[in-house]
Ligand binder design. Structure first.
Ligand code: TMP
Ligand code: ASP
Length: 252
């Protein structure tokens, strides 16, 4: 499909104008960054895996009635999505302590939380995406109280869906980040899950061994990132041909 002009290039994806008004082509790059892009690398095959995995999760969410921006996958690296206005928040849901929460509160990584905890960060790379409260969000007008109620509802539904899907393939959903978009339909607007859901934006630990199957493999130099993502894709049955750890085999 012919894509239109480039609209935006982020750290892991590029957005192009889509074929119809109100659509966007979302291209998944192989670039990996961490610590606000202080650490960077190009990881062969990561974009292909994230495109497939995000398609899988967004489709599943749609099937249980959680609205998303996803329309269809176009090819190995691109998907067609609805254009939406991204609310400038990273919405994080945590089931177990890890990462910045463990550091901030001194809770050992892997400690189960008494209930899922939702946090908000203001999406601004120049500030390092600082943690903010609902007070900041309301006062600065990033989202209304009605939006916040809807965002919390969406975040918890995504958490239940993703936790269940992952548990079914022996993986613990430790935490994840989503972004929410505003879609306008005539005089109405509604909120949808946007951006991507992939091992770049989740913490996924093998339930039996504790092996990390997410971007912490890159952040913490724990091994081969695409092997980890391909393992998630393999367990979910969405392993695309020609990616992942298989080596070409010689036939005589
Ligand atoms: P954190 O513990 O570093 O705050 O991360 C919480 C979750 O959010 C974790 O699943 C990784 C994800 N995340 C992103 O998707 N993008 C980011 O820029 C950061 C810092 C975290
Ligand atoms: N996406 C973020 C970055 O590069 C950080 C992260 O995922 O750890 O900067």
């Amino acid at each position: 499909m012919a894509r239109g002009k480039k609209i935006y290039e982020g750290k892991a994806k590029i957005l192009f104008e889509g074929p119809e008004p109100g659509t966007i082509v979302q291209y998944f790059k192989d670039d990996a960054t961490a610590f606000n892009a202080e650490k960077k690398d190009v990881i062969d095959g990561k974009g292909v895996l994230n495109n497939r995995l995000s398609e899988y999760f967004m489709t599943g969410l749609g099937q249980i009635g959680v609205p998303t921006h996803f329309m269809k996958r176009l090819n190995m690296r691109e998907q067609l999505v609805r254009n939406c206005e991204i609310i400038p928040l990273e919405v994080i849901v945590r089931n177990f302590a890890a990462g910045s929460m463990s550091k901030r509160l001194g809770i050992e990584e892997g400690t189960q939380l008494p209930r899922p905890i939702v946090e908000y960060c203001f999406k601004d790379d120049s500030l390092g995406d600082p943690l903010v409260s609902e007070e900041h969000i309301a006062a600065f007008g990033w989202a209304s109280q009605q939006d916040m109620d809807d965002i919390l509802g969406l975040a918890l539904r995504v958490n239940d869906y993703l936790s269940g899907v992952m548990y079914g393939v022996g993986i613990r959903l430790v935490d994840f980040k989503i972004e929410i978009g505003r879609v306008y339909e005539g005089d109405f607007q509604r909120l949808v899950v946007a951006d991507e859901i992939s091992p770049d934006s989740c913490r996924l630990w093998d339930i039996e061994t504790g092996r990390k199957l997410d971007k912490d493999v890159f952040r913490r130099d724990l091994g081969n990132l695409t092997d980890a993502y391909a393992e998630v894709a393999r367990r979910l049955g969405v392993m695309p041909k020609g990616t992942g750890p298989q080596k070409p085999t010689l036939v005589n």
